[in-house]
Design a protein around this ligand. Sequence first.
Ligand SMILES: [Fe+2]
Ligand SMILES: [Fe+2]
Length: 153
Amino acid sequence: MTAHPMTAGESRFEAQEHRDLALGLSHIDDTIGRASELGSEGLWARLHDTLRWLDRDVRSHMAWEDRWLYPQLDEIAGTPWATRSPRLEHRQIETMIASLEADSARWLGHATPHTCAEVVQHLGAIRAIMTAHLEREERLLLPLLDDSTEDPG
Ligand SMILES: [Fe+2]
Ligand SMILES: [Fe+2]
């Protein structure tokens, strides 16, 4: 098998980033679980924390994967199909981030029980797709990097 000297470091980097992303997801979990006790002001503050995290950490993680990690995985697998479905999931996550940004803009100064429920629903949706996406990357894509760095003996 072709040697890919950069992949071991990238595999470790990806795993570390996922540990950090898992912390952000558990914060979303906490927000959803405590939404009614947080009230609209608390929920508003949490939504802004989450949007900052999505913009800074999640978007840059996906951009790095789209530009650097996925092309290598496609090369190792020998087909662009290796990353077709995770690339599509990135676009779905982008769409969900945009929905939360729209919630935040629309909501400014006039939160109602209905808008709060909508935000909680959008938070639940992005949590679900991101959890599934990270698990698929870890189970199906990262093993490709690890295989390619194994000593061919
Ligand atoms: Fe990803
Ligand atoms: Fe990832």
